[in-house]
Every structure is written in structure tokens, then in C-alpha cells.
Design a protein around this ligand. Structure first.
Ligand code: DQA
Length: 165
């Protein structure tokens, strides 16, 4: 039987682990056209493609997931633990400033994560300057546009290679 092409966003497998998950919160599906002065003109598909290509080059499995719904994001975090995801990159978007529930999902599953924001949240409205995630994060990258995701990925790839000894 002819082998079917895998069309999922997954790339190759990390030995002994299910790799990385990139989680995007509400309205990030609109990237490219949404408030480009704050968020740039790169689309979410372009960001995810660049991340998948970089991870694949390092031989690491990477999946990306976006939702506009808090409960769906929470359930994706729970599923990540079942999958054995080693690290997360998360841009919780507006939930950064509101969601105790998504914070608790990350705390409860104990998956280490890097928090990323495209815009510099500290140079914007005061309500964006509080995050329910930052104190739990390995680190926070904010204001470097879509490159912030790639920088977070580089950091986690180096952690994965250190973890593997
Ligand atoms: C954001 C910043 C949040 O304040 C905002 O609600 C977003 C995007 C960023 O990437 O800059 O939706 O997380």
C-alpha cells in the first residue's frame, strides 16, 4: 500500500519525548492584518512555518495550535501533558492579562514554557503590563515581533540538546 503523506504540522520525533508545542491565544489568527503597527505584517501561518522548519532542521517535533477560546486552550495544555510535550512556547494574547484558569492549567501540568508577545506590552496600556504567566515562565520575550517566537525556539532547542546530554 502506498505510504500516505503526513500533512500534520508535526515534524520529526525527539528521542524520548514529544517535543515542543506552540500555543497562540485569541485573535492571533488575524496576524498579518490585525493592528500591524503593534503586531507586524507576518501571518500566523508564516510564523508557524518558520518555527516548524527550524525545529525540523534540529530534528525536533513541533506542533502549533491557536484558539480564540479559553477552555480549548486549557484542554490543549492538558493534552500536551498526556502527549509528553517537553516545553511550550505560549503567547496567551489577551488571556495574558485575564486568565487565572489558563495560568492554573500551566501550573497544574508543570510543563516549562516561554511566554512570547509580539508587541512590547510594557510600552502600551497599563492593563497590558500585568501577566498571569510571567512568574511561572522560564522567561518572557516581548516587543521583538515574530522574531520573538524564533528566539524562544532557539533557547528551547538548546535546552533540549542539553537535556539529552
Ligand atoms: C499580545 C499582547 C496582548 O496584550 C494582546 O492582547 C494580544 C497580543 C502580543 O503578542 O503582543 O492579543 O500578546
Amino acid at each position: 500500500m502506498k505510504k500516505q503523506k503526513d500533512t500534520s504540522s508535526a515534524t520529526s520525533q525527539v528521542p524520548g519525548g514529544a517535543g515542543l508545542l506552540v500555543l497562540h491565544g485569541p485573535n492571533l489568527n488575524l496576524l498579518g492584518s490585525r493592528e500591524p503597527d503593534h503586531y507586524g505584517s507576518t501571518t500566523l501561518a508564516e510564523i508557524n512555518r518558520a518555527l516548524a522548519q527550524r525545529a525540523e532542521a534540529a530534528g525536533v517535533h513541533l506542533e502549533a495550535f491557536q484558539s480564540n477560546h479559553e477552555g480549548v486552550l486549557i484542554e490543549r495544555v492538558h493534552a500536551a501533558r498526556e502527549q509528553g510535550i517537553r516545553y511550550l512556547i505560549i503567547n496567551p494574547a489577551a488571556y495574558t492579562h485575564t486568565s487565572v484558569a489558563l495560568r492554573d492549567a500551566l501550573a497544574g501540568t508543570d510543563i516549562p514554557f516561554v511566554e512570547v508577545h509580539l508587541s512590547n506590552v510594557y510600552a502600551r496600556e497599563p492593563f497590558r503590563q500585568h501577566s498571569y504567566f510571567s512568574d511561572l515562565a522560564l522567561g518572557v520575550i516581548t516587543g521583538l515581533g515574530s522574531e520573538g517566537y524564533l528566539l524562544a525556539l532557539e533557547y528551547l532547542l538548546s535546552k533540549i540538546s542539553t537535556d539529552q546530554g
